[in-house]
Design a protein around this ligand. Sequence first.
Ligand SMILES: NC(=O)c1ccc[n+]([C@@H]2O[C@H](COP(=O)([O-])OP(=O)(O)OC[C@H]3O[C@@H](n4cnc5c(N)ncnc54)[C@H](OP(=O)(O)O)[C@@H]3O)[C@@H](O)[C@H]2O)c1
Length: 345
Amino acid sequence: MKFNLDIPSAGTMKAAILQQKAGNLDDAFKIVNDYPKPSIPSPPLDWVLVRVKAFGLNRAELRARDGNEAAKVEFGLFKDHWYEGISPPEILGEEFVGFVEDPGSSDLQKGDIVAGCKYGGGKAYNGSYAQYTLCLRRLLWKLETKLRWDVLGAIPMSFETAYGSMFWSCQCKPNQTLLIHGGTSSVGTAALALAKHYGINVITTTRSSNKVQRLKNLGAENIIVEDSPDKLSQVMSMYNLNGVENILELVGPKHMKKTIKHLSRGGYVVVTGVLDKDWSIDFSPAEDIPSGTYVTMYGAHPEHIDYEAKMQEIFMLVEDGKLNPSIDSVFKLDDIVLAHKRQGK
Ligand SMILES: NC(=O)c1ccc[n+]([C@@H]2O[C@H](COP(=O)([O-])OP(=O)(O)OC[C@H]3O[C@@H](n4cnc5c(N)ncnc54)[C@H](OP(=O)(O)O)[C@@H]3O)[C@@H](O)[C@H]2O)c1
């Protein structure tokens, strides 16, 4: 079953097409040069056509590639159109940076540099693994920047999500401590970079001792290698008897029941990720929430933060060398399979 946004096309473009029944990563994508290039739908609403120059990979795309159904919440602005059994579109891709190709009826100009997170695009309609992509203006940030495209492409979704989780959903403050559960993920490393910049102490986790050095290179000082189910609790009680003020839970709600025990009174846990793919849990507030602590979630939404100004600030901090985005590898669109293989590690 397909979601139909009725997007007209004009001309052709290069794109990485998801092969729905591939089952094998080597055959999961096909690069084509004659995919219909989208054009502004009518009525235009606030659609903008963007020429994509770079994009980051997201965990949700790995799930879509493997045939895991997206959850309703992941459809973002398009969740009212969600129905069970929906197939991912032919072109995946949640985020991108590029130039405005056609501003539609928006305030943007052709040639403006923009970054965007599609929140539903790449799940409900075609995403950014292509030369051109459509995005709603309210999900785009116009940028003034001199950063290279590969650096720009590493920033949008990871930094926006980390920022929103830490400062919109949680209430991170300088000198407090943030536990990042799932610290090697792109959101986790963005949170680490933001925490370092804003003077927040970090305890971060990985399941793999091979990734400790990478976290150290990014500036992590307190790293827990969670190589057994009890490890986190054992080490946390050694680190901080009174608990931490904020927890960024990226591994999933099931794990939140465990991490929340390490909150201090008045502390926040934000459930932002589901790396273990387990979306819901049995939950008993009286048993599972320590008295006087707060449970929250982060799901990006344009009205939450003054996104454009905040993201411009973040891009400037990167440009000034004050924030360090973690770029694991850079690939060409032709090598999308290699990129997916790398992300799965
Ligand atoms: N709420 C939002 O608005 C929002 C936005 C973006 C992303 N997210 C979510 O945030 C999470 C992180 O996304 P991402 O794109 O940053 O991920 P990513 O970069 O692909 O994460 C890779 C890391 O995840 C860890 N991992 C993978 N499977 C795991 C499992 N079953 N249990 C524990 N750790 C596992 C691995 O860490 P180790 O091997 O080091 O343990 C790996 O290094 C995802 O669940 C994603 O859907 C939410």
